[in-house]
Design a protein around this ligand. Sequence first.
Ligand SMILES: Cc1cc2nc3c(=O)[nH]c(=O)nc-3n(C[C@H](O)[C@H](O)[C@H](O)COP(=O)(O)O)c2cc1C
Length: 363
Amino acid sequence: MNAPHTEPFLTLQEIIAAARRNLAPGPWSYLIGGAETETTVRRNRQALDSIAFRPRVLRDVSRIDSSADFFGRKVRLPVMLAPIGGLESIVEGGAAAAARGAAQFGVPQILSSVCQPGLEATAAAADTVRVFQLYVRGDDAWVDDHVKRALAHGYAAFCLTVDVAMYSRRERDLVGRFVKPWRATAPAGSNFQSGLSWDQVKRFKDKHSVPLILKGIATAEDAEIAVQHGVEVVYVSNHGGRQLDHGLGSAAVLPPIVAAVGGRAEVWVDGGFMRGTDIVKAIALGAHAVGLGRLPCLGLAAAGVPGLVRALEILENEIQTCLGLLGVASFAGLTSHHVAAAPPVGEAGVFGAFPLLGEPPHG
Ligand SMILES: Cc1cc2nc3c(=O)[nH]c(=O)nc-3n(C[C@H](O)[C@H](O)[C@H](O)COP(=O)(O)O)c2cc1C
């Protein structure tokens, strides 16, 4: 697993091909799959492909700054590693490896509560800008205990994932009989997850002052309720198409949510963001930051920590190329006038952003 590469990857396509070679069928399907028909997965890509750029020319772009701020700290790109459960089945060291890559490159990591080696050991692995993401599988005291531990270990914010009232049917996993080790041994708690309501969000905000992110908001209506509850971040996500099937693409629901939030909270987004141009589109549409789910995992699977760092370097290169060709020297100069609706071109699969690749053979 994660064999060292002998020459640097020049494209993201090569990284994905290497990840495919390295991963066994079970973890591969777990990583790339979505729910049921995988329509939401494809719509994530299609929504991004339905946005085109309107470049402006003859602006001085000889020096491009693609850095961003994240809870008051400067980060190298407006992206973060989205929370991934079971990373230990994709790369040796699991979340600790991801933390090292995130720290080395200079972007934040959101740690999943269902990822080894856990909250404390991941924090100790590297000096990252970090956020803790919790699946609520216990009572209020259980949640409070996690907040306490996260704060004690330098996590800058707390994230509740709210699009998991039911665990979806991931058919690649079912067909492959892939039993996720962390689900086989996970303590019971799904009742808490399906019983979660806005009451607990209110209780959380009344009790804790740590910035709160709600991950999995997919409508302007829920974004409005989230803002009314005082959340600091509305995180637009459909879980990478892994939960509700037949949802809209994240990039399609972003503009109405940005409008509904109206600057009262930050808006983050994820779902299908694989390319530098994808990130630029999100920021042009008003997102503050973009979560990367599968892409960092593919980097880690391709070549461990250096593979993740290389994927982020290529992404940065793509972002800077895009900004320069749009005629803006930093994200501050980017506006919704730089994008326009356009008919999508090409395949809308999970690897639709990589035409040279096609979907690598499965299983
Ligand atoms: C293998 C895998 C595991 C995931 N585990 C979690 C998790 O533990 N918690 C969570 O909130 N989201 C989880 N997600 C969803 C991601 O955080 C993110 O929302 C999604 O992957 C973004 O879409 P993308 O993969 O197209 O970038 C997971 C996604 C993948 C691919």
